[in-house]
Write a protein that binds this ligand. Structure first.
Ligand SMILES: N[C@@H](CCC(=O)N[C@@H](CS)C(=O)NCC(=O)O)C(=O)O
Length: 212
């Protein structure tokens, strides 16, 4: 398998964690987002969206981190990323989608570049934008998790699930925008527990071979 990704990309970070939890080997192909390599014709042939991550496996290219993670889940059963009961699976997916569908898409590089280049927002205004939407999502996640009996060392129980796989990269990303994690004690605790696991810690942006 070949993973097209970028060290600082949170969507790539999700897939790195998922590959690591499943114990799968892969080759990393860095796509340098600051040099616009995601918009190079060769990469657009692989992923017409011009976004990372993309996973190449046996002649197939899969885009979208959640689709990649589901693919890995369907190929390798252990350890599972979702609990067994349908309602619990939906709960974990809902937590993951707060990050992947509602926080991340409005704070990614192309959106922040649009705010800068087309709307002339300065650094502080762009950071305030990012903080605004991260905090909205984290406030909801904290409210969902803090008194939920299913929450343990991780978002669901004591093993990482898809929710943790999505949460951790978003917490790392939020540090760039000075989000105060003291406001989200449950999320901060779960983040700490995840980062004690090598499957998460070894995939941190600064530990990647393409890190600058
Ligand atoms: N929904 C997509 C989002 C992918 C995405 O936004 N990737 C970012 C990096 S985290 C990217 O490639 N940005 C390039 C750009 O904005 O030009 C996924 O989950 O894979």
């Amino acid at each position: 398998m070949k993973l097209y990704g970028y060290f600082r990309s949170s969507a790539s970070f999700r897939v790195r964690i998922a590959l690591s939890l499943k114990g799968l080997d892969y080759e990393l192909q860095p796509v340098h987002l600051r040099r616009d390599e995601q918009r190079a014709p060769g990469f657009l042939e692989l992923n017409p969206q011009g976004l990372v991550p993309a996973l190449e496996d046996g002649g197939t290219v899969i885009a979208q981190s959640l689709a990649i993670i589901e693919y890995l889940e369907e190929r390798v059963a252990e350890p599972p990323f979702l609990p067994a009961a349908p309602a619990d699976r939906a709960w974990v997916r809902a937590l993951a989608q707060i990050v992947a569908c509602d926080i991340h898409p409005i704070n990614n590089l192309r959106v922040l570049q649009y705010l800068e280049k087309e709307l002339a927002l300065d650094d502080e205004a762009r950071a305030a934008w990012a903080r605004r939407w991260i905090e909205a999502g984290f406030t909801a996640m904290e409210a969902m998790l803090q008194d939920d009996s299913r929450c343990g060392d991780h978002c669901f129980g004591d093993r990482p699930t898809l929710a943790d796989v999505c949460l951790v990269p978003q917490v790392v990303n939020s540090q760039r925008f000075d989000v105060d994690m003291d406001r989200y004690p449950t999320l901060a605790r779960i983040y700490g527990n995840c980062m004690r696991l090598s499957a998460f810690a070894d995939q941190a942006p600064e530990r990647q071979p393409d890190a600058e």
